[in-house]
Design a protein around this ligand. Sequence first.
Ligand code: G3P
Ligand code: CA
Length: 266
Amino acid sequence: MVIAMIASSGLNTKSLHAAEIVAHRGASHDAPENTLASVNLAWEKNTDAVEIDIYLSKDNQIVAFHDKTTKRTGGGQDIPIVEQTLAELKKLDAGSWKSPKYKGEPIPTLLEVLPTIPEGKRLFIEVKCGPEIVPFLQADLAKGGKATEQTCVISFNSDVCREVKQTMPELKVYWLAGQRKDKETGNWEPALNELIAKAQSIHADGLDVRAHEDLDANYVSQVKAAGLGLYCYTVNNPTEAKRLAAAGIDGITTDRPAFIRKAIGK
Ligand code: G3P
Ligand code: CA
């Protein structure tokens, strides 16, 4: 039905079905974000990819966690991840805040997440700290033993993107580029051509942007003409997901992978 409607509207059905579904912090609508419960639930829901956030602990172990401190999702104590050892972090409850069902769910290491990636699927690793993590990331990815194409790195920090690409040129890297709309002019800042130029200067493979109303087929084609991939976050609205997929976007990050997958008719 969806395909028929789109075909009759002249939209590109091939692009619609090609969009990669990326489960944001795992299946985080249903399970506690950045835990093995949430990552494994996303794979069970047949997502194409999972996104996790990572930090370096005090003793240089890479853990999956979104916030700078463990206050919101790590049991309540407002202590930065970087000031806690892995042993200390492992004692925390990263599940109860979401639901009693997930009480005691631990903070996973990257090394615990990597083996969960099924064949043919990949993990988007968002680096939340600075380039100091890169040598440890390289070591963990080597230890994890997954094929190069099964992981990729994203970061708002362009220095991280540049450094990852220099250290591991074979790894796909997408720069998370922020844009805001000027209320008076209606222009997006920075402009798309500036984002493209920056992504190229750091040798990123693409852009990953917050989804917005002006992200359309023209926007997508400008990015692709520059030889870059284009991903977006975080889309939980099925109508918006269909519009973005039809515009030809490479990937859609969502808290609800199964729901959005069904919506775009994948
Ligand atoms: O996938 C990119 C997105 O995760 C960036 O924002 O705050 O959810 O990490 P945030
Ligand atoms: Ca993230």
